[in-house]
Design a protein around this ligand. Structure first.
Ligand code: NA7
Length: 555
């Protein structure tokens, strides 16, 4: 009521990253007469690759395993210049996807959704953006991204710093490292995958004055071993795309790497070391995902492999005390997502690069000049970079105020102001297949909680396919209402928790286990991603579909 007809849709998609573009493509192909719109907060397509422009941002997975398999002409046209594509090239690829498929005509940029309201009386969602503009839709597809809401560290005085400061995902546009950081004293807080890429590039820049890295938790990291893709190699890849994607589909996380089936203890020590050396010498995630099959479930096996990796760090860092600080002590290799690096450890061999262990001596405050640690030491800085990660997985939903079915908030603690229980209490997701959620009728998620992540494009393509199959079912049966049954939600959520059992990763604090010390409600571990294999996940989606979408109720 009161919403102009042109703002009333059959399907609204939110987010123009790979998830949103893939969903838009499939939905438009399948339902050409439907009114479909994609709303995006940024000024162009790209999502993660639009926002994260920091120096060193690139894939850790093979470029040729990342493109959309359905745009076959583009696969033949596109020449990936590097085996592990840097951000500017990846963004160009995504822009080319939008251009070739004429996707921009259905996208409204610079539109950030502020609130969402479920109207039970006519089975529609109503959205309001930051400018107060309203949109009405029957179905909506959440393509908000699982690492898209940056978090700043909860350190006192953070707003008082007088120099330049920014989060890695809001890096200044038109930035030039040698021009903009020349002569500057730079500080980086955080040592996750982002920081490891950025620090390596900043440290290499000869014109910087100094770089201080404030490390709370050391991270395991291993060589990326990137290289150029020659025209001859690219021709070979183009001919092999089908088998490349088939191989991805056959592995647990849809990357090109498969674990070695042997168990660590069954392999004699000499052979074991030679195998690990060969993994270490290979490009990409081979050294993470190609390890012995028990590496991430058996503590002893994990310890042996971690010791091997620790020695690699010792070999590469000149100062033994710094090397020891860079070796993780409270989690084993590969139990967190392994950042890949191109000279990260050698950064600390430079005289102007300093590691500050803030686990040992915490930051007391940020002040106008820089950072003060609890031993009274002041680090004066010109630039302060927050490589402090994201309110992951459920986090993107927290930027929107939700009024779900019966007026329930989506996120919150159990006792909300209205006395109503949030759908996802303390960021603990409840879903069915990771695609639908209780009390959120007609919402479908691509890369939402309880979905397998891994090679993101591969997961996205599958989820977007499931969503469009579901929409087809609604269309064919004239349904304008779909919601998972409480039993299906309970069983699926239990299944997801069950899948995580026995994995050492689930015993470690990280964004994958729902921990973010900067976000209230994210202090205890939860299972927010599908930790079973992508194969099993796809099998379960297919089983529901074949049984007439068992687990969902329609009207
Ligand atoms: P991550 O992996 O979440 O890393 C964030 C880093 O910031 C990590 O080292 C954190 O230390 C550190 N951090 C966060 N808050 C603080 C505070 N308050 N004080 C000090 N240090 C802090 O994010 P990334 O952006 O690197 O990577 C995210 C994913 O993007 C990555 O896995 C890839 O898949 C792509 P902590 O470990 O919590 O002690």
């Amino acid at each position: 009521v009161g919403i102009p007809q042109e703002q009333v849709y059959d399907v609204l998609i939110i987010g123009a990253g790979l998830s949103g573009l893939c969903s838009l493509y499939h939905i438009r192909q399948r339902f050409p007469s439907w009114r479909v719109k994609l709303l995006e907060a940024g000024s162009d397509v790209g999502g993660t690759w639009y926002w994260n422009r920091y120096p060193g941002a690139r894939f850790d997975c093979e470029s040729v395993s990342y493109g959309f398999s359905w745009d076959k002409d583009l696969l033949q046209e596109w020449h990936w210049k590097e085996e592990f594509s840097p951000q500017p090239e990846t963004l160009k690829y995504i822009q080319r996807v939008a251009e070739r498929n004429d996707l921009r005509k259905d996208i409204q940029f610079d539109t950030r959704i502020r609130s969402a309201y479920w109207d039970e009386s006519n089975h529609t969602w109503q959205f309001i953006d930051e400018s107060g503009r309203e949109y009405k839709t029957t179905f909506f597809v959440s393509c908000l991204g699982f690492l898209s809401t940056p978090t700043l560290p909860n350190i006192p005085g953070i707003g008082t710093f007088q120099g330049e400061k920014f989060h890695t995902s809001h890096w200044p546009k038109e930035f030039d490292l040698s021009r903009d950081f020349a002569g500057k004293r730079i500080g980086v807080i955080g040592t996750g995958a982002t920081a490891i890429q950025a620090i390596t590039e900043i440290a290499k820049e000869p014109s910087i004055k100094s770089l201080h890295v404030f490390q709370r938790t050391a991270n395991w990291s291993a060589p990326l071993r990137n290289s150029e893709v020659t025209p001859e190699t690219m021709e070979k890849y183009k001919a092999e795309y089908e088998s490349i994607f088939e191989r991805c589909a056959s592995t647990p996380m849809c990357f090109l790497h498969q674990a070695d089936p042997r168990k660590t203890a069954d392999v004699p020590e000499e052979e074991r070391l030679a195998f690990w050396e060969s993994l270490y010498a290979r490009p990409g995630f081979a050294k993470w995902l190609g390890a012995f099959s028990d590496t991430y479930t058996d503590r002893t096996a994990n310890k042996l492999y971690s010791d091997f990796m620790a020695n690699k760090i010792r070999e590469r860092v000149h100062d033994p005390a710094v090397a020891e600080k860079l070796i993780p002590k409270n989690h084993g290799f590969g139990t967190r997502r392994v950042p890949l690096e191109s000279g990260y450890f050698e950064s600390y061999n430079r005289p102007n690069v300093h590691l500050v262990d803030i686990r040992e001596i915490p930051i007391e405050a940020v002040n106008a000049q820089g950072i003060l640690t609890s031993d009274g030491k002041q680090y004066d800085l010109d630039v302060l970079i927050f490589a402090t990660g994201f309110n992951a997985i459920t986090g993107a939903f927290s930027a929107i105020e939700w009024s779900a079915k019966d007026g329930r908030p989506l996120l919150g603690s159990s006792d909300t102001e209205k006395g109503q229980r949030a759908v996802w209490v303390d960021h603990r997701p409840q879903t069915f297949l990771g695609i639908t959620a209780p009390a959120m009728p007609n919402m479908f998620m691509v890369l939402g909680p309880h979905q397998p992540f891994g090679n993101a494009t591969r997961s996205i393509e599958h989820a977007a396919q499931v969503v469009s199959d579901l929409l087809q079912y609604c269309k064919d049966n004239n349904y304008n209402y779909v919601e998972p049954t409480p039993e299906a939600v309970e069983q699926w959520t239990e299944h997801v928790v069950e899948c995580g059992k026995g994995s050492l990763s689930n015993e470690v604090d990280s964004w994958m286990t729902g921990i973010n010390t900067n976000v209230s409600g994210k202090q205890t571990r939860s299972v927010a991603r599908y930790a079973g294999s992508a194969l099993e996940y796809r099998r379960r989606c297919e089983a529901s579909k074949l049984a007439g979408w068992k687990g969902l109720q329609f009207a």
